[in-house]
Structure formats: structure tokens, C-alpha cells
Design a protein around this ligand. Structure first.
Ligand SMILES: Cc1ncc(COP(=O)(O)O)c(C=O)c1O
Length: 363
């Protein structure tokens, strides 16, 4: 495994981590398609492969911990719950609907309880942690704070450093879904989080052509529990997906910076647009509310030519979607559009948005 000084830039780590170092080796680990290996106990699901290990090394180095990949972001979320076995999970009320569905299903089966909070309201979260610690049979050991920041789809921002301090001083474990922040926008382990997770399907992969997930932790016992979860749940990454995710990760810092710059400019332009009620921006993500509700927002999404109407995000191409149409996001504003800003030219994106917004009045 490559060693890095603490002052090495994430850009350099993204490009150099996870490379084979032997003389004559290829510059990147090849796609190891084997499940079985000669003359040993090795088996891909239980021991991993060099293709996975290269990606895990790179994500681990960027986040400052030990990385483990899985078949999807949801597989990682499931593995984390399996590994940490919380009695009560305190989570954002507006956050990724898949994770809320997972925790909701487990709660309906009485495997755990959930407490929903406004994650941007630190005092409310801390009060919920204190109540949960009193209510859990095993006290604060039974409580997990599940942070998503920025949240999907409203881009609420948690005070991560403060929340980690408050939680860890009470002995409460903290999970951070950092999918929107990416390892470039935040390194939650450095704030004291127990484990950070990513849907690598999004910005890490960066090309909308794979499903993968990753967890990173500095806690060896948590790492072992997550590794065990992958063995027994069997949610292993595909060989091609792991290879492509590392290939995507190599350009993550550049893509993130370019997209975030464009998103900031678009946010400023949208703010003064007459058809826009409100705008939020966090990194490469935008969340804006169109005047005229669901119908107007649907028209905008159907009228773009450069920006792709699509449900996923984090690719080189800009995508957008009205979110309130999903039952899991029924509580967000009807006209809210979540946009993932890609790396197209900013002028083309703005022209596209302006034309699409003009379609609202032209019925
Ligand atoms: C914040 C967040 N976490 C987790 C996931 C789940 O990831 P996957 O689709 O890779 O399972 C998503 C997917 O949209 C997401 O946006």
C-alpha cells in the first residue's frame, strides 16, 4: 500500500493511490474476474480481490481511514446497520429516501427505532441524542447518529464537527453519508465520525455507468464488523465496477471543482430569475423551487436539451429531477428540482435552463 505524507493534496492521492508498485506491473490493477484462486483458501467474496483492494486503498486514503467497497450505496448502508446493531437511530427527517426506507422497514419489524430530526438544527439533534440515550436499553451505546450532509434533496447542511463532538463525548457512534460531499468536499472521519459511507455510484464513479458503495472507518473493530457483514450478506462489488470506480476517482477532484464552480454561478443566476422561488447550492448540487408548483417544475424538466432529465446524479453530465413525485420525498416542496451539475460549459447550461424556464409561461 502506498504511503502519503499528511500534506499531500487529495488531487495527488486520487491520481496515485491504489497503484501496483512492482517492477513491470501495469499502472493500474487489472480487472480480476476470478472468484477462485489456485492453492489457497482465497475466495473472492471472503478475501476480496486486488481490483477491489486498489479502490479501497484510494478511498481510504482520501477519507483518512480503512475503506471497504460493496455492491451499492444501499448495500453499504445495510452493512453499517448490520455491523453497528443500533437500538435507536437518530436521522434527518429530510434525507435520502432509500436509507429512510431501510431504517423504516427495520423499525416496522421492531429491529430498531428511529428518531427524525432537522439535521441542520444542532440543538434539536443534541436534545434527540440525549433523549435516545435515556430510552435505549444499553444507553448511549445503543444509539447511532446518522448524518447526511448535504442532504438529498434539500441540501440542508449539518454542523458536522459540532455534532461529532457532541455525539462522541456522549459515547454515541456517528455514521455520515457523505455521498453529496464526496471525499473532496468533506472528510468526516477527521471530525470524529465512526464511519463514513458513499454511494460510489454517484460522484466517485462519475460517469453514470456503475453501481458501487464504500464505507471508511478508523475503528478496527468497526472495520472488521463491516468486512464480516460483506462476507455474510454477500453484497460484493463487481470486478468491472470496482475498476471503473477507481478510474472515475482519479478525476474526482477535477470534476468536483469544475462542477461546484458552475453550480455556484448557476445558483447566482437562478436567484434573480422571476420563475424561481428559492435556490440552494452545495458543491456540485443545486436544489431550487420553481414558482407554479409541480406542473411548472415538470415542464422545466421536460424542456431541457443539454441537461438530462434523470433520477441519479454525480456524473459528468448535468441531470435534474422534480423530487416530490416520489412518495418518499412527498414532504418536499412540489416545485423543488434537484440538479446535479456536470462539467459542460456553463454558458450552455445557463442557456438551457433559461429556455426551459421560459417554457413555463408559453402554454
Ligand atoms: C445520499 C445517498 N445515499 C445513498 C444512496 C444509495 O446509493 P446506491 O443507489 O448506490 O445504492 C443514494 C442514491 O441516490 C444517495 O443519494
Amino acid at each position: 500500500m502506498a504511503e502519503f505524507e499528511s500534506n499531500v493534496s487529495p488531487r495527488t492521492i486520487a491520481v496515485t493511490a491504489g497503484r501496483p508498485l512492482g517492477e513491470g506491473d501495469p499502472l493500474n490493477e487489472p480487472i480480476v474476474l476470478a472468484s477462485n484462486f489456485r492453492a489457497g483458501p482465497e475466495y473472492a467474496r471472503t478475501h476480496g480481490t486486488r481490483t477491489w483492494a486498489a479502490l479501497e486503498e484510494a478511498i481510504g486514503l482520501l477519507e483518512g481511514g480503512r475503506g471497504l467497497t460493496s455492491s451499492s450505496g444501499m448495500a453499504v448502508a445495510s452493512a453499517i446497520v448490520f455491523a453497528l446493531r443500533p437500538e435507536i437511530v437518530v436521522l434527518p427527517s429530510v434525507s435520502y429516501l432509500g436509507v429512510r426506507a431501510l431504517l423504516g422497514d427495520l423499525s416496522a419489524r421492531q429491529d430498531l427505532q428511529t428518531r427524525e430530526v432537522a439535521i441542520q438544527n444542532t440543538l434539536e439533534v443534541v436534545a434527540a441524542l440525549d433523549r435516545a440515550s435515556h430510552e435505549a436499553k444499553s444507553g448511549s451505546d445503543g444509539v447511532v447518529l446518522w448524518v447526511e450532509t448535504p442532504t438529498n434533496p434539500t441540501l440542508d447542511i449539518a454542523d458536522l464537527a459540532r455534532l461529532c463532538r457532541e455525539a462522541t463525548s456522549r459515547g454515541i457512534r456517528v455514521v455520515v453519508d457523505s455521498t453529496f460531499a464526496t471525499p473532496i468536499g468533506a472528510q468526516p472521519l477527521r471530525d470524529g465520525a465512526t464511519v463514513v459511507m458513499h454511494s460510489g455510484t454517484k460522484f466517485i464513479g462519475g460517469h453514470s455507468d456503475l453501481l458501487i458503495g464504500a464505507a471508511v472507518t478508523t475503528d478496527d473493530a468497526v472495520y472488521e464488523a463491516l468486512a464480516r457483514a460483506r462476507v455474510v450478506q454477500g453484497a460484493t462489488p463487481g470486478a468491472l465496477e470496482a475498476f471503473l470506480a477507481l478510474r472515475g476517482l482519479r478525476t474526482l477532484p477535477l470534476r468536483y471543482e469544475a462542477s461546484a464552480r458552475s453550480a455556484e454561478q448557476l445558483a447566482a443566476l437562478l436567484t434573480s430569475h422571476p420563475h424561481i422561488e428559492s435556490v440552494r447550492q452545495a458543491g456540485p448540487m443545486l436544489s431550487f423551487v420553481v414558482r407554479g408548483g409541480a406542473e411548472a417544475a415538470d415542464r422545466v424538466c421536460a424542456s431541457t436539451t443539454v441537461i438530462v432529465p434523470a433520477t441519479s446524479l454525480g456524473g459528468v453530465e448535468s441531470t435534474m429531477e422534480r423530487r416530490q413525485k416520489y412518495p418518499g420525498d412527498a414532504h418536499v416542496a412540489p416545485g423543488l428540482i434537484r440538479m446535479s451539475v456536470g462539467i459542460e460549459a456553463i454558458d450552455d447550461l445557463w442557456n438551457d435552463l433559461q429556455c426551459a424556464l421560459a417554457s413555463i409561461g408559453s402554454r
